[in-house]
Ligand binder design. Structure first.
Ligand code: SF4
Length: 322
């Protein structure tokens, strides 16, 4: 079916497909993620591919403080739920979110044990697993596909960039063909797939971003998360930035949102947008603050879409019609 060149009705009056709106309808309510840390590592850190990780990575920037103090998964979930209930008193359903490092980078028996422990918690309705594309052997995907028949499973794969040049510069340790291959093998098994994208990495240009948008549109994505590059302490990028902050090209809010929109215009309308940015604690960030809390991203983004009079899938539609 060729979509019409107007804002799709399924967006419910918005200009893009908002994951939370979709989740409310699909799952019957908002699902609140509870970050957990099961102590996995990553092949880009343990020496298998490299030491020191990707140039931008310091998981402290993205992990809630309680994960640093508590190793027991059940207690991490209890603490996380308590915290989330204070902030969102109406939250009812919770997903354990394996966020830090590469959460499929372990033998299958360990994965079964760890995911099983999270799913055994009485308040947990499913799991979200963040990982790298090169940590998804068929055996793991088969297991996750089987698990997803019994419970809610979302697999979140780090794409970061579709440009091999950018991926090499940030010492990612895999190229985009690896990402493409992982998405297709996972999609063949019917898994719900979210991609994680980072805008503002060194060597990324508007041209590479637009090329990437076409590549993303061809991936079997169910959802996509956008993040702005923030420079975190104790990373390779922080060393470069602190050596000469004035020479380091950083996106401002406007150019970041324009980059997200440039991609969004090419995406199929059924890809749900899960996130438009992230917030890290000020004490771990060395790049300038945008002065915007997480809940400030969607309204600013909507205003920018309105100002450009555009929406998700607009150019894809134009190309199909043309
Ligand atoms: S970003 Fe992910 S893949 Fe890269 S070093 Fe950090 S945990 Fe590993």
């Amino acid at each position: 079916m060729i979509p019409s060149p107007v804002i799709p009705e399924a967006f419910g009056g918005r200009r893009y497909n908002v994951y939370n709106e979709w989740a409310k309808k699909h799952y019957g309510g908002r699902l609140q993620k509870i970050s957990v840390d099961a102590g996995f590592t990553c092949p880009n850190r343990d020496g298998t591919l490299g030491f020191g990780g990707c140039s931008f990575c310091n998981n402290e920037g993205f992990s809630p403080g309680y994960l640093r103090q508590e190793r027991d998964l059940g207690r991490q979930i209890d603490t996380g739920i308590e915290f989330v209930r204070r902030r969102y008193p109406r939250a009812r359903a919770f997903l354990a979110y394996f966020q830090s490092y590469s959460n499929t980078y372990a033998p299958l028996e360990r994965l079964e044990r760890v995911y099983g422990a999270a799913l055994a918690h009485p308040d947990i309705a499913g799991i979200v697993i963040g990982t790298r594309p090169d940590c998804l052997p068929d055996e793991t995907l088969d297991y996750l596909a089987d698990l997803s028949k019994r419970t809610l499973v979302e697999l979140e794969i780090g794409i970061e960039s579709c440009s091999d040049e950018v991926l090499a510069e940030c010492r990612r340790g895999h190229d985009f063909s690896c990402t493409r291959d992982a998405f297709h093998r996972a999609a063949q098994r019917g898994l719900f797939l979210t991609g994680h994208l980072l805008l503002g990495l060194p060597l990324e240009t508007r041209e590479s971003l637009l090329q990437g948008a076409r590549a993303l549109a061809a991936l079997p994505l169910d959802a996509l998360k956008f993040h702005q590059l923030q420079i975190i302490r104790h990373t390779r990028l922080a060393e470069c930035y602190l050596a000469a902050p004035g020479n380091f090209p950083l996106l401002d809010t406007e150019s970041y949102f324009d980059g997200v929109i440039d991609i969004l215009e090419w995406l199929p309308p059924d890809i749900k947008i899960q996130r438009l940015g992230s917030e890290v604690p000020p004490d771990v960030r060395v790049s300038p603050d945008w002065g915007m809390r997480l809940d400030g991203f969607p309204p600013r983004f909507e205003s920018r879409l309105l100002a450009r009079d555009t929406w998700q899938s607009r150019l894809r539609v134009a190309r199909q019609k043309g």
